[in-house]
Design a binder for this molecule. Sequence first.
Ligand code: ZN
Length: 64
Amino acid sequence: MITSTVRHAPGLFTATDRCDRCGARAQVRIGLLQGELQFCGHHVRRHWAALKLAALWFEHNGPF
Ligand SMILES: [Zn+2]
């Protein structure tokens, strides 16, 4: 069983951190076994059901 870690880390993301799907400003970084992904709020909500099962940890910039 995977225990996910959620960290609220304001200021963690900068303007150069972009969503891996659409290029919008990233708000969430997700750690997977294969590496890391970054998503905007829109895409993390769209993929949340799958991401929450696969993720080892999350870092986010605020509510999403
Ligand atoms: Zn996006």
